[in-house]
Design a protein around this ligand. Structure first.
Ligand code: ADP
Ligand code: MG
Length: 238
């Protein structure tokens, strides 16, 4: 038997038993797959930041999240850990599983940073195929790589180009959509691209949206068809 057959039901029960709102303080107090646990440990992450403590239990349970917390508060792990864990529990792993998560970032630079963090915490035995789609390579090269990815970190314009031009780009199995720096995505004029992207995605997905500010515009992201989203806002004393 594969290891997943043994630990996934146990992990799933532990996730169901989480009580969001309770004060979890460390990654080790949360139900995590062994590869993620080890990846976090190797990168010396142990204590949760406030946004992570609030977001992780809800995100593990499949809730949609609108999260606001200032720059530097640890938003990247607040969405990357749920991406790894939720795909792991759903066994959306490996080159045949298709694209399970799409992480949209406003700029190429930020996308590269997210990808580096993903590599850091995902390097301990996760079998996910992850990649960047931010332009800079030919469409064909990106398209070939996309066909094998379980997790893509991308910019709005470029991923839309693939969605609209590549007939074979299959997003039927997409479980999770993440928007990082959602306020900047909107400020930079990507709302229309975003609307168009959403049109291609299956509606029964989990959506996680993070930004540095809880602006009205971000609230207007009703366009994302969030399902009973949990609003999480962290205002730390400076
Ligand atoms: P944000 O996206 O909110 O601006 P980042 O995710 O970029 O914040 O994280 C800011 C910094 O905090 C990074 O250097 C990151 O490695 C560090 N960090 C994030 N979470 C933790 C944690 N739980 N423990 C220690 N450092 C962390
Ligand atoms: Mg960030």
């Amino acid at each position: 038997r594969k290891r997943e057959d043994i630990d996934i039901p146990a992990l799933q029960s532990a996730v169901t038993a989480l009580t969001p709102g309770e004060s979890y303080t460390t990654f080790s107090s949360l139900p995590l797959s062994e590869p993620t646990r080890e990846g976090l440990k190797a990168a010396h992450f142990s204590t949760l930041t406030d946004i992570q403590a609030k977001a992780l239990p809800l995100a593990f349970q499949g809730r949609d999240i609108l999260g606001a917390a200032k720059t530097g508060s640890g938003k990247t792990l607040a969405f990357l850990v749920p991406v790894l864990e939720n795909l792991y529990r759903a066994q959306c792993i490996g080159s045949d599983a298709g694209l399970g998560a799409m992480i949209i970032s406003p700029t190429r630079e930020l996308a590269i940073q997210i990808f580096e963090v993903l590599r850091t915490i995902g390097r301990k035995g996760h079998l996910f195929a992850a990649g960047l789609v931010i332009g800079g390579k030919s469409l064909k090269e990106e398209r070939d790589a996309l066909a094998r990815m379980n997790i893509v970190v991308c910019t709005p314009g470029r991923i839309l180009q693939h969605l609209s031009q590549t007939a074979a780009f299959n997003v039927e199995n997409l479980q999770m959509l993440v928007l990082d720096e959602a306020d900047r995505i909107l400020d930079m004029g990507f709302s229309r691209d975003l609307d168009a992207i959403i049109e291609y995605l299956p509606p029964d997905r989990q959506t996680l949206l993070f930004s540095a500010t809880q602006t009205k515009k971000v609230g207007d992201l009703a366009r994302l068809s969030l399902r009973d989203p949990e609003y999480i806002s962290v205002h730390e004393a400076a």
